[in-house]
Design a protein around this ligand. Structure first.
Ligand SMILES: Cc1ncc(COP(=O)(O)O)c(C=O)c1O
Length: 466
């Protein structure tokens, strides 16, 4: 067994290890945990800015306009949305509720695009009334609904057609969104027909086409394939239908390296490790994609390229602090040594991907961060489900069965789950009557600001009628 020592890990401007303590911004993790209670989500504004700046480097890779629309589904807390807006991003929403939230956060109509595969009429109405940059249309049927709604409101809608390009990414099957077997978008032939049928409608401005290959895509090449597909389709739309498009949307999906500190990689199945350890710069992917276009790049002179990244902006800008609440020692058989189980207060009700996709969040001891992490523990959350554990109960050797922590880790100790910022607090729920956690933002000027207060008993009754 390899000793794991984290002395040198950290993310500039967000966290580091000093005198055995995990330091977040200007505070020890332990202090924050005591002050705000656990589980506690801690976000870093400076990390958000860093991630957004990295994405803006795409502008140096391509020779056309670039619009970065943060995928609000990844984390739609108002404080986070504001920080992302301040960092210079536009925004992508997936429902009328998210549309309302991003407007509250101060995004202007020109900054908003609207996805979703089951839009309701009121959502379409709100998007048209607001005059947003683009409604991404999921089907020919939905296009007809948008046209009727725009006609009724007597206000044209700007739309973009989501096409399913049948590009396979190496990510998990549940995160693949560009295959014909997926539920999203329309087939290329359908899109061409839709352009034909609606090109003269005074109520639709057919501005663009859209693909989204999937989330946590491990291969850069899918971005070359996707751009090539979009450019070929743009040409067909021009030549066969006579419509000049204004934008091409490449979706999101840039990966985050969840094993950046993963000395424990050994326990992963190779295919799983490949997904979690994916690491490439969006800039590099787009350099390749642009080069691959060769002469066809000229066609994009007056086009805006849109991206919808979520995870790559917010995942590593968030850490979840959790306290060990219980301990037990048990062996599965008399011939096997006893495992030490540590039960924390962070379950899949606040980190749903741990259940739906068996996600891996690296764990370190926040108060003994500089010590060797060499003792294997079984880790579980507080929920009443056997599946509320930090490993894969199916035993398929997808994830490590054990987490390594310092010897003698015990109840009361604060641990830190890293890279927890995406698809966590946007998906949390009060299962087992658990209070939803407090969320704080470490601002660029060194302060800690509460951006979501911890639930109270009353919140458990919210909207219930006695
Ligand atoms: C249409 C669309 N765009 C963008 C995203 C954001 O993806 P990611 O967070 O992987 O960047 C998603 C997420 O699944 C999506 O469905």
């Amino acid at each position: 067994m390899k000793d794991m020592v984290y002395g040198s890990i950290g993310l500039e401007g967000f966290f580091r290890i000093e005198e055995n303590q995990l330091i977040l911004g200007n505070f020890t993790a332990k202090d924050l945990a005591c002050r705000f209670g656990t589980p506690l989500f801690v976000f870093s504004e400076s990390r958000i800015r860093h991630n957004v700046e990295k994405l803006f480097r795409i502008r140096e890779a391509v020779d056309c306009e670039v619009k970065i629309c943060y995928a609000a589904k990844a984390n739609s807390n108002l404080g986070i949305l504001r920080a992302i807006k301040e960092a210079g991003c536009d925004v992508e929403v997936n429902s009328g509720g998210e549309l309302w939230k991003v407007q509250k956060a101060g995004f202007t109509a020109e900054q908003i695009i609207f996805n979703g595969n089951s839009k309701e009429i009121w959502e379409i109405e709100n998007a048209i009334e607001a005059g947003i940059y683009s409604i991404q249309v999921d089907s020919v049927y939905e296009l007809s609904l948008i046209e009727q709604t725009a006609r009724r409101l007597n206000k044209p809608a700007r739309v973009s057609l989501r096409i399913v390009p049948h590009i396979k990414s190496g990510t998990y099957s549940g995160l693949q969104t560009a295959l014909l077997t997926s539920k999203f978008g329309m087939m290329p032939e359908e899109a061409l027909e839709a352009f034909c049928d609606y090109k003269n409608s005074p109520y639709l401005k057919l501005n663009g086409i859209h693909v989204h290959i999937g989330s946590q895509n491990p291969d850069k090449r899918v971005y070359s394939e996707a751009l090539e597909f979009l450019v070929e389709t743009l040409l067909k739309v021009k030549e066969d239908v006579g419509v000049d498009l204004h934008h091409l949307n490449l979706g999101g999906g840039f990966p985050v390296n969840y094993l950046r500190y993963g000395f424990q990689e050994d326990g992963f199945a190779p295919s799983v490790k490949r997904v979690f350890a994916s690491d490439f710069e969006p800039f590099d992917a787009m350099v390749d994609a642009w080069k691959n276009l060769a002469d066809r790049a000229k066609l994009l002179e007056n086009i805006t390229l849109i991206f919808e990244p979520g995870r790559s902006i917010i995942a590593d800008a968030g850490i979840c602090l959790t306290t060990v609440r219980n301990i037990k020692h048990r062996s599965v058989s008399t011939s096997r040594p006893k495992d030490t189980w540590l039960l924390t207060d962070a379950g899949f009700n606040i980190l749903l991907s741990m259940e739906t996709y068996k996600w891996y969040y690296h764990l370190i001891h926040a108060e003994r961060a500089g010590e060797p992490h060499k003792v294997p523990y079984k880790l579980g959350g507080p929920l009443c489900d056997g599946g509320d554990v930090y490993f894969d109960i199916e035993g398929k050797e997808r994830l490590p069965d054990y987490r390594f922590l310092p010897e003698g880790t015990r109840p009361g100790d604060v641990l830190a789950l890293l890279n927890c910022g995406a698809y966590s607090i946007s998906q949390m729920f009060q299962y087992n009557g658990r209070f939803l956690p407090c969320v704080v933002l470490l601002t660029c000027n060194g302060e800690v600001v509460v951006i979501r207060k911890r639930d109270t008993f009353e919140d458990l009754l919210l909207n219930e009628i006695c």
